[in-house]
Design a protein around this ligand. Structure first.
Ligand code: SF4
Length: 752
């Protein structure tokens, strides 16, 4: 079956944001054969997981002979969009390189893999012997359970780890969003839902919003489904300040003011804005008097960030800074953010400085501001429940065995969901804290200096990976590889929009012997001798898990209610109407008293939690580890500032590179550079170029000359195995969050 289509016909379907134009649908190239079949058409409903966002876009699938041959928008669904990635999910399921059977290695790890097909029974028996062997010899905590993409199996993976006795579960959120959550917890307290809901980027659809800061975020490419909501705000007269080193489509579409700052200087920008807001008296005086801890110390600290000093650090002219600060008075602000903030060596403090602008401007939990969710449902970050994961029950007994405790005590002490910071995996393996691993959808390219992580997997006594495809850059270093079902072949935990809960069930059978991650975890749990917690494994286990997830929601509904309503959702009514300023009402603390769950019960502009652990309690600004200011000698050799890891219209991280339709749209690894810098180096649009950094590695990319980036800055597109830009990134982790500095650093470029 041919997978080639005309580039023109595909492009006709997508707009600048990567979304489908009009109400169109997209046809799988195998349509002709299926269309000729007299088999009846079946319509089933699912949603797209190609960009990892929750909530996701709805999908209507047309199925013949048990095969999806067309997908369309799911009319009436809350996110009703299909971008290029969503359309291409059809090719993901039927692409010829799907892994279909369990295989075990027959040659040493670290060499190009030689695999031997094995049965599931043999695979499960081997895993059980190896994991139980490590448990007996060294302890259960020496087995790491880690999930990359998809995120959906996190809950069952935790249930497996905790029941086995290991507190060491990790996820790719160690490089994604958790740094932002850590920040919110430092401000408001350990209670997870409050921190998470304030942190989650969103556009509150209320007429009260006065000004929206889109900070380090390009929803046009990263969250196209939020575009219409933003457009509605713009039509209502909401002012937009976009803070971004790049001139993105979001800047073109929304910015009343664009603050085009030097990469890595967001913290100084936030402190400078705070300086001007306080100077002009445009802050919420009642809030700071009543509910802010450390106000005097903070105010004294921001005094030094005058407009002139802020302009000097960030490169944004004083008059622009003043104009942005002048947009704040008149109502609550929203700051729409992204994981970008964690991706700095001073990421948590930069983000703290930024998020302090929310209470400072009186924008916390008021109509049109940053809301704290009313009557949150007890769901975890990925739409199951912590009760199902068994974390409240088991984690307190084993959390002292966390591998990350001595490396990242702030993360470890704030975390109550049971996810360790995994970015020091090479060190954990070196120090004997991790000796075996179950890795679901893990990609060594997500880390800076991937070779260190490859070696970590290689040095483990046993590592098993689960994936859709064989990826040599990761799987050459594991002992066994198991085939995973793709989204249309598996159940998700649940799909939740606000208080609407959807059941998502498989719409086609898994190809080959692929199994869902949830079933695989149940099968492994059963093989480990823990079958009573994993329903004995097998085909029925996934549904039994979901029944338990729904039960542990304690929302008065059952799995059967969801199934009866499907594809429509079941809405969970609130017990009372919406409430605001919940801290005044005693709604945030377990003891019912007014205030927050932080150490002091207030919003900590000065963090006692950080002070207790030896960190500066203020949201201090520090220069990037490599920058013109901090490393002037390196700067002479590496004259460009880089940004990497941004979302693209056609790929999500490294996903989709094997999908022909997407590959036609963006076939090569790209570096975006300003024409001024290109001309100085004799580089033309489309030239192959070599990039180096102080890390001593070299990668080859294609130059795209564009004014999107400032002169002196470059934008590296990540996720290409032949040009892994994370090799240019240092392992100078933020000491608070443990996040890598993907969005700061120096590099140099020359023509290849
Ligand atoms: S924005 Fe695109 S990739 Fe993301 S869920 Fe929607 S269709 Fe899928």
């Amino acid at each position: 079956m041919s997978t080639a289509i005309s580039r023109r016909s595909f492009l006709k379907m997508v707009t600048a944001t990567g979304a489908v134009a009009g109400t169109g649908f997209f046809v799988y190239p195998g349509k002709e054969a299926l269309a000729a079949s007299s088999a009846p058409e079946e319509v089933k409903y699912s949603h797209c997981v190609m960009c990892n966002h929750v909530p996701k876009c709805g999908i209507k699938a047309i199925i013949k002979e048990g095969k999806i041959f067309r997908i369309e928008k799911r009319e009436g669904y809350l996110n009703n969009l299909l971008c290029a990635k969503g359309l291409s999910s059809l090719q993901e399921i039927y692409e010829p390189h799907r892994l279909l059977y369990p295989v075990k290695r027959t040659n040493p790890k670290g060499e190009p893999s030689k695999w031997q097909r094995i049965t599931w029974d043999e695979a499960l028996q081997t895993i059980a012997e190896k994991f139980n062997g490590v448990k007996e010899k060294y302890g259960a905590d020496k087995v790491l359970f880690i999930a990359g993409d998809p995120k959906e199996p996190r809950s069952i993976l935790q249930r497996l780890a905790f029941t086995f006795g290991s507190p060491n579960t990790g996820t790719e959120s160690s490089t994604c969003y958790t740094a932002n959550e850590v920040t919110s917890k430092l401000l408001y307290g350990k209670e997870w839902y409050t921190a998470s809901s304030i942190t989650t980027p969103g556009i509150a659809p209320t007429p009260d919003t006065n000004c929206c800061f889109i900070w380090g975020n390009n929803p046009a490419w990263a969250m196209p489904f939020s575009f219409d909501r933003m457009r509605n705000l713009k039509k209502r007269g909401v002012k937009f300040v976009v803070v971004d080193p790049r001139v993105t489509p979001t800047v073109h579409s929304f910015a009343d003011i664009h603050l085009q700052l030097r990469p890595g200087t967001d913290g100084a920008m936030a402190l400078g804005l705070a300086h001007m807001i306080i100077r002009d008296g445009n802050y919420d005086k009642d809030m700071v008097e009543m509910w802010v801890h450390g106000w005097d110390e903070y105010r004294e600290y921001v005094r030094q960030f005058t407009p002139e000093k802020t302009a000097e650090i960030t490169g944004v002219p004083v008059d622009r800074l003043e104009k942005a600060a002048a947009m704040v008075p008149g109502g609550p602000i929203i700051i729409k953010t992204a994981p970008a903030f964690g991706h700095h060596s001073n990421g948590v403090n930069n983000y703290r400085a930024m998020m302090m602008l929310v209470p400072l401007t009186g924008s916390l939990d008021v109509p049109g501001g940053h809301s704290i969710v009313n009557e949150p449902l007890p769901v975890d970050l990925w739409e199951a429940t912590y009760e199902f994961a068994r974390s409240p029950e088991l984690l307190p007994k084993i959390r002292h065995l966390r591998a990350d405790q001595e490396y990242f005590p702030v993360w470890a002490d704030l975390d109550e969901q049971g996810t360790i910071q995994v970015n020091m995996l090479p060190e954990y393996v070196r120090d004997g804290k991790v000796r075996a691993a179950l890795a679901l959808g893990v990609n060594t390219m997500m880390w800076p200096q991937a070779h260190e992580y490859k070696k970590a997997f290689q040095d483990m006594e046993f590592a098993v990976a689960v994936d859709f495809h064989e990826n040599p850059w990761t799987h050459d270093y594991v002992d066994m590889l198991l085939p995973a079902a793709v989204s249309f072949e598996r159940s998700a935990p649940l799909t939740i929009y606000g208080r609407n809960i959807f059941l998502r069930e498989p719409i086609v059978k898994p190809l080959g012997e692929a199994r869902s991650d949830w079933r695989i975890c149940c099968d492994i749990g059963t093989a480990l001798g823990l079958g009573e917690y994993f329903y004995g494994g097998g085909e029925e286990a996934e549904e039994k898990c979901l029944r338990e997830v729904v039960r542990t929601l304690h929302a008065g509904i059952s799995y059967d209610d969801l199934r009866a309503a499907s594809p429509a959702p079941v809405a969970i009514p609130m017990k009372s109407g919406p409430k605001f300023k919940k801290w005044e009402l005693g709604m945030l603390r377990p003891d019912g008293k007014p205030g927050f769950t932080s150490t002091t019960g207030k919003i900590e502009f000065v963090s006692e939690f950080l002070r207790e652990r030896g960190f500066d309690p203020l949201p201090v600004y520090r220069e990037p580890v490599y920058s013109p200011v901090s490393t002037p000698e390196e700067r002479k050799k590496y004259t460009l500032l880089f940004n990497s890891g941004s979302r693209e219209p056609f790929y999500t991280h490294s996903k989709g590179r094997g999908t022909p339709w997407l590959r036609q749209l963006q076939p090569d690894p790209l570096v975006r550079m300003n024409p001024v810098d290109a001309e100085a180096r004799g580089i033309k649009h489309g030239d192959w170029v070599l990039l180096t950094s102080p890390m001593g590695k070299e990668i080859k990319m294609k130059a795209r000359l564009t004014n999107i980036v400032l002169p002196g800055c470059v934008d590296l597109i990540h996720g290409w195995v032949q040009a892994d830009c994370n090799l240019l990134v240092s392992r100078d982790f933020d000491p608070i969050s443990g996040f890598p500095p993907y969005k700061e650093g120096l590099c140099e470029i020359r023509k290849a």
